[in-house]
Ligand binder design. Structure first.
Ligand code: GLP
Length: 259
């Protein structure tokens, strides 16, 4: 795992966008895993601007989403598919039929979960962007999720519902149920890139990176993956015991060793 502490949220977005851009430019048929939440928004903005300058194309790419709320109409502005279209996909040249998300409007959600899991695994995600919830969740894998879990329906904790209430008119409107890629599914991606900025992420980042591997902190599954980059600003990295080591490591990173 490589932890990179950067001086500002803008630098975090810059480095994260650089990782995605490299995959888009160098791989013949790249698959990018997209996350929702506010953490990757500046990264998406950076990717959009690079595309608008004519320096980046998504035309050969496929994108897969981590999760989706259950119970919202498909065109609800806070459904994650609509969010990711609004924040990224509608501003770049990714064909819409190559944006994949769980189809939660089917009657048989269990069958849909199995289909989506097979789809994600078959596509083989090259770079998966991740945020982290205040309780350490990734995707919507809440604490106590199996570290080997696959795509399935989950019930949100009240903490997560309260965190996400800011996107809805009333707290009661936040759905209780979601479909999320499992921790095992997410771990199948070749490169996991976690993005976290601001002091509210200091605790979950420290728990994920330096705490025990535990279902109580689902993001700690990153410790088992062979290629993880954790991008944090100074505030989100504030509780890391080895902060000085991470700063030194990045400062002296050999030019031949990419992220
Ligand atoms: C949601 C998403 C996660 C995201 C988390 C943190 O619960 N399902 O993918 O990482 O929120 O969101 P934010 O980045 O807004 O703090």
């Amino acid at each position: 795992m490589e932890v990179v502490m950067l001086e500002s949220p803008a630098r975090v977005a810059d480095v994260a966008a650089g990782i995605v851009a490299r995959a888009l430019r160098t791989l013949p048929e790249p698959t990018i895993g997209l996350a929702t939440g506010s953490s990757p928004l500046a990264t998406y903005q950076e990717l959009i601007e690079t595309h608008r300058r004519g320096d980046l194309s998504f035309s050969g790419a496929t994108a897969v989403m981590l999760d989706e709320y259950v119970g919202l109409p498909a065109d609800h502005p806070e459904s994650y598919r609509m969010v990711i279209r609004r924040e990224l996909v509608d501003h770049v040249d990714l064909p819409l039929d190559r944006l994949h998300s769980p189809e939660v409007h089917d009657d048989d959600i269990a069958a849909e979960c199995a289909r989506y899991d097979r789809l994600v695994t078959g596509l083989a995600v090259d770079v998966q962007l991740l945020g982290v919830g205040s309780d350490g969740h990734i995707g919507f894998n809440e604490p106590s999720s199996s570290l080997a879990s696959r795509t399935r329906i989950k019930t949100l904790t009240e903490e997560t519902r309260a965190d996400n209430a800011r996107f809805f008119d009333a707290g009661e409107d936040v759905p209780r149920h979601v479909v999320t890629q499992g921790l095992g599914t997410i771990s199948d991606a070749r490169h996991l890139v976690m993005i976290a900025t601001g002091s509210s992420k200091a605790h979950p980042i420290a728990a994920a990176v330096e705490g025990p591997l535990s279902a109580m902190c689902p993001a700690s599954i990153l410790q088992l993956h062979p290629h993880v980059t954790v991008l944090v600003d100074e505030d989100a990295g504030a509780d890391l015991q080895l902060a000085d080591y991470y700063r030194q490591t990045y400062r002296h990173k050999p030019p031949w060793q990419p992220l």
